[in-house]
Design a binder for this molecule. Structure first.
Ligand SMILES: [Zn+2]
Length: 64
């Protein structure tokens, strides 16, 4: 599995060469994260309420 980086601001997960989060624009991307969630249908998912996610995509549960 290739290295991925998670945004500390919105917890979205991106490719390792991502410098700026395309979701929220933050440059605070961390390789130290845990938990991987793919949100395909945010309107039907319970996890989105915990994570404050409104769009589909890949997310980390924790990003340090
Ligand atoms: Zn972000």
């Amino acid at each position: 599995m290739p290295a991925l980086r998670a945004c500390r601001e919105c917890h979205s997960v991106h490719d390792a060469d991502t410098q700026v989060c395309p979701i929220c624009g933050s440059s605070s991307l961390s390789e130290d994260w845990a938990g991987y969630a793919v949100i395909a249908h945010p309107e039907e998912s319970e996890i989105v309420e915990l994570m404050n996610v409104t769009t589909s995509g890949r997310y980390a549960l924790k990003a340090r």
